[in-house]
Design a protein around this ligand. Sequence first.
Ligand code: ADP
Ligand code: ADP
Length: 233
Amino acid sequence: PPVLRAEGLVKTYRGEGAPAHAVRGVDLVVRPGEFVAITGPSGAGKSTLLHLLGGLQRPDSGRIWLDGARVDGHSEARWAVLRRRRIGVVFQFFNLVSNLTVADNIELPALLAGSNARQARAERHRLLTELGLEGKERSMPGELSGGEQQRVALARALVNHPGLLLADEPTGSLDSKGTREVMRLLSDFHQRGQAILLVTHDHRLASAADRVISFFDGRVADDAVLGAKTGGG
Ligand code: ADP
Ligand code: ADP
């Protein structure tokens, strides 16, 4: 089955003033190992869509399947388990635990998911090496550059080998060097079979994906499979 399927997702924010129709009926399929980018202007509803797909917000209506199983009715607690084991999530701001070391930030979700201390350490070591962060184990997040913090956030998101990585503007607070690093790492993980759903307002970054979904005014405006990539990809 697809790693992710959604049908008829709708989300409207209602408060004072006019309601914001953020997501207006979205169908979406992500297959195992696929790298899909969702791009579109600010306010199009991309972030809301990603939050719905990760269980961080609830749709008003619509259905969501992960690996073929319905999950939209899940409780907060069951979504939290899914986000630990089956979906990794990274955001624009890295959301690392500021008073834990880099090593502890990465090992914590592994331990919470039932790995023993030795397994968690081994996974953390493997990821930090893959991400070019050897020697940063004992650093605190605040001592690292933005690009390094986002790499730690990626390690934390991937430590339990989730079938899908959700990335919401993961380069949005990085300089051009950090942006290149993080995009290269996303491509590397994708080459090794990681399915990724990337939200970005920057259509140049979206071209790293296999498929680009253009989002506009809460709806899919276009869904294009990219051809053979150029530029050494
Ligand atoms: P994007 O990620 O494409 O910039 P968002 O999903 O952040 O789009 O926003 C889509 C629309 O929903 C916008 O009109 C935005 O102002 C509105 N919106 C987003 N979050 C909230 C919220 N928590 N409360 C009210 N309106 C919101
Ligand atoms: P992004 O598009 O990168 O998600 P935003 O600036 O649209 O960033 O949103 C930042 C935060 O503010 C999000 O938590 C979003 O839900 C919330 N938000 C966005 N628009 C509104 C709004 N009109 N009213 C209330 N909260 C909003």
